[in-house]
Design a protein around this ligand. Structure first.
Ligand SMILES: [Zn+2]
Length: 414
């Protein structure tokens, strides 16, 4: 159970990076993240991990460092942090007029360069491409995940098309329209938060979370600023079933971080592990804390979002192979849904391409695996949700990454 000084230092830097990122997004600060990226990079490069760690911990460190070495590389960090602040590209643009296309055109070169750089740095570590590095770090098989996402898309495309018709969606109005569907019984976000935590016998974690609602901010994000004592959640005001779903989802991330009793490397879940568990809590919350009408809309939105994520992921996988022809690929993938496409230049503005590359499929995996875990719990424990909570925390969260998500999943469910 020993945590090395190295681990403490690394976790401290990662938490600090999260805090600076939170301040940039939540308080519109202009923190320069390059310095902290540089510190993480130097720390990782210097370490002789063979001496420091053995067995599972060495495996976890090697996996983590693959990603950290690319993402904190000074050249990559500089470009990513530049792209993360759109003010760097907005000079003389009037945003009352629709200048999204102009903005996208200005950002394109940096984005393409970042794609090439990430691929190049991954190849220097011996991987075929950046996605191959990420899937290896996540302890997942790229081929299996692509297959799973394609099969999810095939299964759900027909229902998605029906809902799209009902809501009059296009690729362009998607998020605005979905955010406006339905109304809420309670406009107080605390109602949903407390309902989720109370149902799972987790009332005592409420005070460990700092919620910030920002109208013009990102949809929802949870920051491990100082886990388990303090977690920060940033999201838009909770005005519709789509937004209450995001709130429940972010609370899920907070539970992941607070209920992980490990310190050091095992406290850092892989992104797929983290997302699958957040989707699990989101689904439990939708079932327990929303009215029937709210629930119906939240589930429709969830299906649409996952179909969109599936398509975006398949587009992204092609993009990594050949970044130059992004526009053609973007339009071809949008055409999977028979609705008006966005202008070809706008592929650049999908944020996950620079902040969270090779990430979007995690939501689809979340849907697939959370459903299976819920079926398992339902079959055995019916509506004893406190028991559900115990099992989820004991089996998946408490020991963090001392085993991979898939190993834990197979042990429990199969
Ligand atoms: Zn999430």
């Amino acid at each position: 159970m020993e945590v090395t000084d190295f681990e403490k230092k690394l976790i401290g830097l990662i938490n600090r990076q999260q805090l600076l990122q939170w301040e940039n997004y939540a308080l519109d600060k202009n923190n320069d993240l390059n310095k902290i990226n540089q510190e993480i990079y130097s720390l990782i490069k210097e370490i002789n991990y063979n001496k420091l760690f053995n067995k599972r911990k060495r495996e976890v460190f090697i996996n983590l460092s693959k990603r950290l070495r690319v993402e904190n590389d000074p050249e990559i960090a500089r470009l990513r942090n530049k792209l993360d602040n759109k003010d760097n590209y907005k000079k003389d643009l009037d945003f009352k007029a629709n200048n999204q296309v102009k903005l996208a055109k200005r950002m394109r070169n940096d984005l393409i360069e970042l794609l090439y750089l990430r691929n190049y740095k991954a190849q220097k570590q011996g991987f075929k491409s950046y996605p191959d590095l990420i899937f290896s770090a996540e302890e997942l098989s790229k081929e299996t995940i692509i297959k799973e996402v394609k099969s999810y898309l095939n299964k759900n495309l027909k229902s998605a098309k029906e809902i799209i018709k009902e809501y009059n969606l296009t690729w362009g109005n998607w998020f605005t329209k979905l955010g406006e569907q339905g109304s809420l019984d309670s406009s107080d976000p605390n109602y949903y938060i407390k309902c989720l935590f109370h149902s799972l016998d987790l009332d005592n974690i409420y005070h460990n979370i700092n919620f910030k609602y920002k109208k013009d901010g990102i949809s929802g994000m949870t920051f491990r600023t100082s886990p388990p004592e303090e977690i920060r959640i940033l999201l838009k005001p909770v005005t519709s079933p789509m937004r209450s779903r995001v709130l429940l989802h972010e609370c899920g991330h907070a539970i992941n971080y607070i209920k992980n009793h490990r310190q050091g490397l095992y406290s850092l879940l892989t992104t797929s592990f983290d997302e699958i568990m957040a989707v699990l809590f989101e689904k439990i919350g939708i079932n327990l804390c929303l009215t029937e009408e709210e629930r119906e809309i939240a589930l429709q939105v969830s299906l649409l979002e996952n179909v969109r994520c599936s398509i975006s992921f398949l587009f992204e996988m092609e993009l990594w192979k050949d970044p130059e022809n992004a526009e053609e690929k973007f339009i071809r993938h949008q055409k999977i849904l028979p609705i008006i496409t966005q202008k070809k230049e706008l592929w650049v503005l999908d944020s996950f391409r620079y902040i969270d590359p090779v990430y979007i499929h995690n939501y689809v995996l979340g849907d697939i695996y959370a459903k299976k875990i819920i079926n398992y719990l339902n079959d055995r424990y019916n509506d004893d949700y406190k028991k559900w909570s115990n099992i989820i925390i004991d089996h998946f969260l408490k020991d963090g990454l001392n085993k991979s998500f898939m190993d834990k999943y197979v042990e429990l469910v199969k």
